[in-house]
Design a protein around this ligand. Structure first.
Ligand code: ADP
Ligand code: MG
Length: 713
């Protein structure tokens, strides 16, 4: 076994205790893990800042100063000792303040820990280099727990750029400081570098002008200057993105050759009867997407297509027409929805669309009664049911299809991998799959997540949608908001009021909602106003009853948690109020907003933020007010929060973790990597040419497998 696999506890200065901590806190177990754990930023330590110029806004500063005095404080802020000699009871000390000065001025260095030790070395009269983040306290600038160095010959010794590693409070307090990390990395690198083998073929390094892996690894930790650092970063990011794309595309390539699908050469009469009876014309985007799907279904290869389209862009219609193509070729199809409410709504729509056809449709959910269930199971088995709409109930083992040709999955991010896999197993030849999502996924993320899916986009709204006027208000403006809502209701319009779902606590949710409901009831009393409420703890009948009351106009206001996020279509609703809006993801807010603006009236979305909303959160809300473009919102959301947090990926976590590249920031490098990966596979699809041996080896390690999607074929 080489050094790379050595446990870090054997590295000088680590030992079992710190090793355990590094494993728990940072996931570092071996020397290899350690050298692949990169700084998340670098500080330039070449310059000194005069004390007079130290400002709290500065990220970090380095000053050279003489200690002039030390003060020790006890628990209640009482002074324990002020340079008066005698024995000091350090146990009673809670804080030490060290006054330092240079030619330009004086400032305080504050210590809450390691007081005894720092007291011992920060002796008045001595000069030190202090490095840290300045902050303001009681109107004065100080530094808490600065790094302290002894200046050599009065100069700064460190290399200009010092890596700063992600760390945790636990690590710091057990002595694994930034400086310790730097030292550990240095010794791990000198042990391991001789063993590091290049991962990219020479022809790629040359073509892309990339530095060798060994150089990159050393320079990512210890760059001698910006240029060296940039080269190291580019090399490591490129490698990551390139291998990721290579793995995805290779998978896709294999699948497209291997997986035979059911050939569906015809369109069939039902498609035409439905199409001809549509009350509107399909948008250009809908037509284009249906053509794309038709081509897939005809090809004889299994379709795996992701259909993206903003809320209200008309995905349901596309789904139904696709199902009718399958039915026209003697197959059955299904539409699977994430919630009971949504399944019911789909079913209602589907029935309308299918009225002019001869297709029999049915609804199967968790609450379908025993008798109906038996009938539906029989109808699916003998093929008399052509189109089944349902929830997870559709993938239960006792559901047997005669010939399932197409499965449409709505709002895919709520489905787990296993559930999808079970769907694919419902037919001897795997059914075609159409996954629909209203969460617009930024292109860079889609390229990664769905590298092996084909993507269709409905980027055009049906005519007649009005822009939704969006504003963000604080709590103090709620009375004015209530007045506005009364005016809207007086005009005969309806209002949604949504409260956040607090995932951790159902009880808290309900209380939140109940408080909100009480407030609304006071502001909108009976008999002038009727308020309906819907939440996750109601029975299906209750939910259905209240939603229907609202949809039918029997209630003016619908108060709910996010259960309405995907669901009910109420064209008469003109206002969407979102309480504690800062708690929602932007994409989620966007989806909610999509619930209004469907009718002819002017529509509004009012984002109510809590009083203690952070500046970042306010900026995100401002973005909502500025644009209605779902893709732009998703893109910005990802930029602000990082892809792991993006709605739609947060439940499952991004199925792949990138060490250094960022999907939000390295979009163009990703596109480059994808083109290059495609070029490599065009020439050598199986990666068995000698020049590509390294690539084949890297992929075999499985690091770049996206687990979530590898089951698709
Ligand atoms: P999505 O599922 O993409 O959010 P839906 O399929 O529910 O959107 O469609 C939203 C609304 O737009 C529905 O009421 C639907 O009947 C209507 N609609 C769909 N396509 C068109 C079109 N081409 N022209 C006019 N209205 C349309
Ligand atoms: Mg929909």
């Amino acid at each position: 076994m080489g050094e790379l696999e050595t446990n870090i506890q054997y590295l000088g200065g680590v030992g079992p205790k710190r090793a355990e901590l590094l494993r728990r806190e940072l996931g570092i177990e071996t020397l290899s893990d350690l050298i692949h754990f990169y700084p998340h930023r670098y500080v330039d330590r070449s310059g000194l800042t005069p004390i007079a110029r130290v400002r709290p806004e500065l990220a970090s500063v380095q000053i050279r100063a003489r200690v002039v005095g030390r003060t020790l404080y006890g628990p209640s802020g009482s002074i324990v000792s002020q340079e008066d000699g005698g024995a000091i009871r350090f146990n009673a000390c809670r804080r030490m303040s060290v006054t330092v000065e240079d030619e330009s001025g004086r400032m305080e260095m504050v210590f809450f820990k390691g007081i005894k030790w720092n007291y011992g070395r920060l002796v008045p009269g001595k000069v030190f280099i202090f490095f840290g983040k300045p902050q303001e306290f009681n109107g004065r600038v100080n530094m808490v727990h600065p790094e302290v160095d002894i200046p050599a010959d009065g100069h700064v010794t460190q290399s200009a750029l010092t890596g700063v590693y992600p760390s945790t409070e636990k690590l710091r307090s057990s002595g694994v400081t930034g400086r310790v990390m730097n030292r550990l990395e240095a010794s791990a690198l000198s042990l391991c570098l001789p063993e590091i083998r290049e991962t990219l073929p020479a022809y790629i390094l040359e073509r892309k002008g990339l530095v060798p892996l060994k150089t990159a690894l050393w320079n990512i930790h210890f760059p001698k200057d910006q240029d060296a650092l940039q080269k190291a970063m580019r090399r490591l990011k490129y490698e990551e993105l390139f291998l990721l794309q290579l793995a995805l595309l290779k998978h896709k390539y294999i699948r497209s050759r291997a997986s035979k699908g059911i050939a569906m050469p015809k369109v069939g009469p039902d498609f035409h009867s439905c199409y001809d009876a549509l009350p509107y014309r399909l948008t250009g985007a809908q037509q284009r997407v249906i053509k794309e799907i038709r081509a897939d279904l005809m090809s004889g290869r299994q379709m795996n297509r992701l259909l993206q389209g903003d809320v209200g862009s008309g995905k349901t219609m596309v789904a139904v027409l696709s199902c009718l193509i399958a039915i026209g070729n003697g197959c059955q199809s299904c539409i699977m929805a994430p919630t009971e409410v949504l399944a019911q709504q789909h079913f209602a729509n589907v029935r309308k669309y299918l009225a002019p056809t001869s297709v029999k449709a049915a609804l199967l959910t968790g609450s379908t009664g025993q008798k109906d269930r038996r009938e539906i199971h029989a109808g699916l088995e003998d093929g008399s049911i052509g189109l089944i709409v349902g929830t997870h109930a559709l993938i239960e083992d006792n559901v047997v299809f005669r010939n399932l040709g197409l499965a449409v999955i709505d709002e895919q991010h709520r489905f787990g991998v296993d559930q999808r896999a079970r769907l694919w197993a419902k037919n001897s030849t795997p059914p075609h799959i159409l996954v629909m999502t209203a969460t617009p996924i930024p292109r860079t993320l889609a390229m990664t997540l769905y590298g092996d899916l084909d993507v269709s986009v409905i980027d055009e709204m049906p005519p007649g949608r009005k822009p939704v006027k969006t504003i963000c208000i604080g709590q103090n403006r709620k009375p004015a908001m209530f007045r506005f809502l009364r005016e809207e209701i007086a005009k005969g319009r309806q209002v949604f009021i949504v409260y956040p779902l607090i995932y951790e606590s159902e009880k808290l949710d309900l209380r939140n909602l109940q408080n909100g409901y009480d407030e609304i009831m006071r502001a909108f009393p009976l008999p002038d106003y009727k308020v309906a409420i819907v939440h996750g703890q109601q029975s299906n009948e209750e939910k259905q009853f209240n939603m229907e009351a609202f949809a039918a106009g029997r209630a003016d206001i619908l108060v709910s948690t996010t259960v309405i996020e995907v669901g009910v279509d109420v064209p008469n609703a003109s206002v969407m109020v979102i309480e504690s809006a800062q708690r929602f993801g932007l994409s989620q807010l966007h989806q909610l907003r999509g619930r209004v603006g469907r009718g002819a009236e002017e529509s509004f979305c009012i984002l109510v933020r809590d009083d203690r909303t952070s500046r970042e959160a306010r900026q995100r809300l401002d973005l909502m007010c500025a644009t209605e473009d779902g893709f732009e919102i998703a893109e910005q959301d990802m930029r602000m929060r990082g892809p792991g947090d993006l709605e739609g990926t947060q439940q499952s976590g991004l199925p792949i973790s990138l060490k250094i590249a960022s999907l939000a920031k390295d979009g163009s490098l990703l596109a480059e990597a994808r083109t290059d990966a495609r070029r490599v596979l065009d020439d050598d699809p199986a990666l068995d040419a000698p020049a590509d041996r390294l690539l084949a080896e890297e992929l075999r390690k499985g690091k770049y497998e996206i687990k979530d999607y590898s089951t698709i074929s």
